[in-house]
Design a binder for this molecule. Sequence first.
Ligand SMILES: [Mg+2]
Length: 258
Amino acid sequence: MKSYQGYLIDLDGTIYAGKTRIPTAEKFVQELVKLDFPFLILTNNATSSPQQVAERLNLHYDIPVKANHVYTSVLALIDYLKLYHLNQSIHVVGEESFKQMIVDAGFMLDQTRLAEVVVQGLDRFSTYQTLNEAALAIRRGATFLTTNEDHSIPTEDGFAPGSGAITAFLSFTTQVNPTIVGKPHHHIFDGAIQTLGFERDAILMIGDNYSTDILGGIQAGVDTLHVQTGVTSKEALRQYSIQPTYTIKDLSYWSLPK
Ligand SMILES: [Mg+2]
């Protein structure tokens, strides 16, 4: 088996399944930390900071990661802004940690129609007025970027509208489609690969969902490892013409680098 220098690892369905723990995955991540093996947890989640994701993994699961092990769609969006929109004013349709991360990255917030870039993620507190202001900015020509296109998110009450539902609202009224940075789009992979600092052929993407993790990994030019602990079952995987590099029942079947 080929040896890799770094891993990109999905979160839900791969290292836990909602509130359910996946002991084989916890052991896998514990081993990686012990070996000091380079990896990044890659998540489309835009409502938690890397610090908050790491704290949750330490607290509710036995997953001893630090904030710098976590690469979210907001970090990917910030890396994108640094490349293409440096020194521009940013209107954030998103929650507190998202706004704070934009400010901490050195960008100027402008929550009005005069902003030069509108960035949007899941915002559970948005109102008609806040969305109208963002829509007016987009109509005036602001660049429109979003963290991910998840149409719904699982909650205790069932599926709730996801980030993509807010995107649909803004796109429908402005007739402008955004650039999406999250999985399966290449920007989050490009940013994470750059952060890991290895060549693409030395990186393995590990995930449960064919249409985000595996497809995104294939399109980003990295090898892929599908785990059968989440969204895409072994049977469902067969329908796809382009297969992942590997598929395994769970992460106990993967031999770690020595
Ligand atoms: Mg997943």
